[in-house]
Design a binder for this molecule. Structure first.
Ligand code: KG4
Ligand code: ZN
Length: 337
């Protein structure tokens, strides 16, 4: 193994993905294994917390073994074990946190408790290690929609957030309403390919014209439009809905970038896997003369490489976490004063 920085085992079990990864020096991914529980939850139309916790218990040990094996390392080659401590489902978080602490103790390594949202903010760094600060990060996942000015690792200012549903939640709810299945984001994107994004003029919520977002009115508009025009195709509804979400996200991200003098715009979170959003952000950045930092598709959705990356920075800057650090389902992103 080369001597290019600490080797961190990352563990992620905050929702319905059981993931482990080995990352060296914060950016070199030696392995990243994600075992999705999508099939387990699909028949219920969403994540069932009880089932998720039990599945993590079964899957985590083999997933870690596979991550270590693929990276060609054993416990004594590692420098730290990092795990997501929140936000997320408490039963799921506890599985990862307990296993990480047990391994850290057994191998005599430091334990690092990582904020899942901070993990998402680090995802773009895995593909673009030499980002110039500050960047505006649009973090859009199933549980969160945040516009953050990232001035460096650990230095975050909140510029805007959703006042109701998260962007991914809106995709999931509209997909469920249209009977397209779970998870909704990829299902909507697939169906929307054959639709007309201008077929329905769904609202672009302004929320006081600041940098906050609102998606619950959009969801209601979709339900009303389908009620009024039952003959409308799913393709047109999906494409028009997707365009409305993307328009608002990109307009506010671009405005945020200008307002803080950002040197680039990053996407993060599961919704960042959306091709229409990725193209729109790239175009907006080209107009602004700024780089768009898009994580690879696998690094957008939940994974442990981003947790190991954030854990590496945290270890360097703050040090290890105490072994009595608990899981916190409502953990917030730590912000600059
Ligand atoms: O970051 P993530 O994997 O988990 C959370 O921390 O929430 O995000 C999952 C969310 C789901 O709401 C899913 O529907 C959405 O990301 N998503 C997408 C796409 N792929 C996943 N939304 C839109 N387009 C996609 N291609
Ligand atoms: Zn996530």
């Amino acid at each position: 193994m080369s001597d290019d920085g600490a080797v961190v085992l990352g563990i992620e079990t905050s929702c319905d993905d059981t993931a482990a990864a080995v990352v060296q020096g914060g950016t070199e991914v030696l392995s990243s294994v994600v075992s999705s529980q999508v099939d387990l939850h699909a028949m219920y139309g969403g994540v069932v917390p009880e089932l998720a916790g039990r599945a993590h218990l079964e899957l985590l040990t083999p997933v870690i073994a596979e991550a270590l094996g693929r990276a060609g390392v054993v416990g004594r080659d590692l420098d730290a074990v990092a795990a997501t401590i929140g936000p997320g489902l408490i039963g799921s978080l506890l599985v990862g946190v307990s296993e990480a602490k047990a391994l850290a103790l057994a191998w005599g390594l430091p334990f690092v408790g990582v904020n899942h949202l901070e993990g998402h903010l680090f995802a773009a760094l895995l593909d673009h290690p030499s980002i110039e600060w500050p960047v505006v990060v649009l973090l859009v996942s199933g549980g969160h929609t945040l516009l953050v000015s990232m001035e460096g690792p650990g230095r975050y200012r909140l510029l805007g957030q959703t006042v109701d549903d998260a962007a991914g939640e809106a995709f999931d709810k509209v997909a469920r309403f249209l009977g397209l299945g779970y998870p909704g984001g990829p299902a909507i994107e697939r169906v929307a390919v054959a639709g007309d994004p201008a077929a329905f003029a769904f609202p672009r919520a302004k929320v006081g014209d600041g940098l906050d977002f609102s998606f619950s009115g959009l969801k209601t508009s979709v339900v009303r439009a389908v009620g009024r025009t039952p003959e409308a195709s799913d393709q047109d509804v999906a494409a028009s809905f997707q365009q409305a979400v993307v328009d608002v996200l990109v307009a506010k991200a671009a405005r945020a970038a200008v307002s803080v003098g950002a040197r680039g715009v990053c996407l993060a979170g599961g919704v960042a896997a959306n091709g229409v959003l990725r193209r729109a952000v790239t175009e907006a950045c080209t107009e602004l003369g700024l780089p768009a930092y898009l994580p690879s598709l696998a690094t957008c959705t939940d994974n442990a490489a981003m947790i190991a990356a954030a854990g590496w920075w945290q270890l360097e800057q703050v040090g290890p976490s105490p072994l009595d650090t608990g899981a916190d389902p409502n953990l917030r992103l730590p912000l600059l004063a």
